[in-house]
Design a binder for this molecule. Structure first.
Ligand SMILES: Cc1cc2nc3c(=O)[nH]c(=O)nc-3n(C[C@H](O)[C@H](O)[C@H](O)COP(=O)(O)OP(=O)(O)OC[C@H]3O[C@@H](n4cnc5c(N)ncnc54)[C@H](O)[C@@H]3O)c2cc1C
Length: 334
C-alpha cells in the first residue's frame, strides 16, 4: 500500500531517474498530471510543481483534499476517477519547462565482433569457416591486449544524446574517430526549454534551480524578440539579418543546465577511448552517466560481445564493469 502523497514522489523520481521507464508507464495517460492520475491539467511530463517541493498545483490540491491520508493501492492508481466538476481543461497552470535526465538513444550500428575479426584476418585470409568463427573471441582478446587496434575502427556506433552543456563540451573534446553534430541555438530559437536536473540535489536546491531556469528561459525568449526589433529599428538591419543576430546573441542567456541534442558517432576504438576517460570515477557524474547509458545500449545489441569482453567492458556473462578507477585504462596482458 502506498499513501497518496507518496505517489507524486514515486512518479517524479521515476521521471527524473528512469525517463524511459516513465515514458512507458504513462503511455496512454499523456497530458495527465503526474501527482495523481486523473487530473486533466495537461501538465503531464512538464509538471514541476509537486517535486520542486512547493506542493501540488491548485487543481491537484482539490483532488488531494478528497483522498489525503487515505492509503491506496498502487495497482488501483489508474482507477482513481476524478469528478468532471473538478477536472481542468488542460490549459490551467500549464508549464513549458521540461526538466529531464540526459538521454541517450542508440540510433544505428554497423559492424561488430565478426567485422573486427575479418578486418584483422585480412592480413592472411578473410574467408570465414566455422572453425575460424570459433576463434574470434581469442583473436579479439589478443588484438585488444596487443594494442593492435585498427580492426576495431571498422565498426560505427551512432547515438542521439540529449545533454546539458557541460557534458556536451566533454563529448566534443574527443577529436579522433568521433563525429559530433549539435542542435544550434545560433540557427534556431530553442523553444523546448528543456533542462537537466541533477538527481543528487535535494528539493530545496531543485526548487531554486527551477525558478532560475524559468527566469533564464523567459529572459532568453524576450531578449531574442527585443534584440531583433532593435537591430531592425535602430541598427537598420533587414528582418532576416536581425533575427539571425538576435538568435546567436540571445543564447548567451541560456545556462549550463539547458539541454540540446547531439548526434554522436564513434568507431569502436574511439568509443573505447571515450569510455576509458568518461566512464571513469575521475569524470563528472553527468558524462559518466551518459557513457554508462551508451555502453548499456551497445551491450544490448549483442553484436560486440567478444569485443566488449576483450576490452574488459563486460565480464564473460555480459555484465557491465564498474566505472574505471585508473586515470587511463588499457586492457592488461593476461
Ligand atoms: C577527468 C578529466 C578531466 C579533464 N579536465 C580538463 C580540463 O580541466 N580542461 C580541459 O580543457 N580539458 C579537460 N579534459 C579533456 C582532456 O584534456 C581531453 O581533451 C579529452 O579527454 C579528450 O581526450 P583525448 O585527447 O585523449 O581524445 P581524442 O581527442 O579523441 O584523441 C584520442 C587520442 O588520439 C591521440 N591524439 C589526438 N590528437 C593528438 C595530437 N594533436 N597529437 C598527438 N596525439 C593526438 C592521443 O593519443 C589521444 O589520446 C579532461 C578530461 C578528463 C577525462
Amino acid at each position: 500500500m502506498i499513501k497518496i502523497d507518496e505517489i507524486g514522489k514515486y512518479w517524479t523520481d521515476m521521471y527524473l531517474n528512469e525517463p524511459l521507464k516513465y515514458k512507458e508507464a504513462i503511455k496512454g495517460h499523456e497530458g495527465v498530471c503526474c501527482c495523481i492520475h486523473g487530473c486533466k491539467l495537461g501538465m503531464g511530463e512538464s509538471c514541476p510543481v509537486y517535486w520542486n517541493g512547493s506542493g501540488p498545483c491548485e487543481m491537484c490540491e482539490k483532488i488531494w483534499s478528497r483522498y489525503k491520508d487515505k492509503p491506496i493501492n498502487k495497482e488501483l492508481w489508474g482507477l482513481v476517477s476524478i469528478p468532471d466538476s473538478i477536472k481542468g481543461n488542460g490549459k490551467e497552470n500549464k508549464m513549458t519547462l521540461k526538466p529531464q535526465n540526459n538521454l541517450v538513444e542508440l540510433i544505428g550500428v554497423y559492424g561488430g565482433d565478426q567485422e573486427h575479426a575479418s578486418s584483422a584476418w585480412t592480413s592472411t585470409s578473410r574467408n570465414m569457416s566455422p572453425e575460424k568463427i570459433s576463434r574470434i573471441p581469442k583473436l579479439l582478446n589478443m588484438l585488444a591486449k596487443d594494442g593492435h587496434h585498427t580492426p576495431f575502427e571498422k565498426s560505427s556506433i551512432h547515438f542521439l544524446v540529449t545533454t546539458e552543456i557541460a557534458s556536451h563540451i566533454h563529448i566534443i573534446k574527443h577529436r579522433i574517430g568521433v563525429a559530433v553534430n549539435g542542435e544550434s541555438a545560433r540557427y534556431k530559437e530553442l523553444k523546448d526549454d528543456k533542462f537537466f536536473v541533477p538527481n543528487d540535489w535535494d528539493n530545496e536546491e531543485r526548487a531554486n534551480y527551477v525558478k532560475f531556469m524559468e527566469d533564464a528561459y523567459k529572459q532568453y525568449h524576450n531578449a531574442l524578440e527585443r534584440l531583433q526589433k532593435k537591430y531592425v529599428d535602430e541598427g537598420g538591419m533587414t528582418e532576416a539579418d536581425a533575427r539571425k543576430r538576435a538568435k546567436e546573441s540571445a543564447r548567451l542567456y541560456l545556462p549550463y543546465g539547458n539541454q540540446i541534442q547531439a548526434d554522436v558517432m564513434f568507431n569502436f576504438r574511439s568509443f573505447y577511448h571515450f569510455l576509458s576517460l568518461r566512464y571513469s570515477t575521475h569524470a563528472q557524474k553527468e558524462i559518466r552517466d551518459i557513457a554508462r547509458q551508451m555502453l548499456e545500449q551497445v551491450v544490448a545489441t549483442n553484436k560486440f560481445k567478444h569485443t566488449l569482453e576483450a576490452f574488459e567492458l563486460t565480464d564473460s556473462n555480459g555484465n557491465i564493469r564498474k566505472p574505471f578507477t585508473d586515470h587511463f585504462h588499457l586492457p592488461k596482458f593476461e
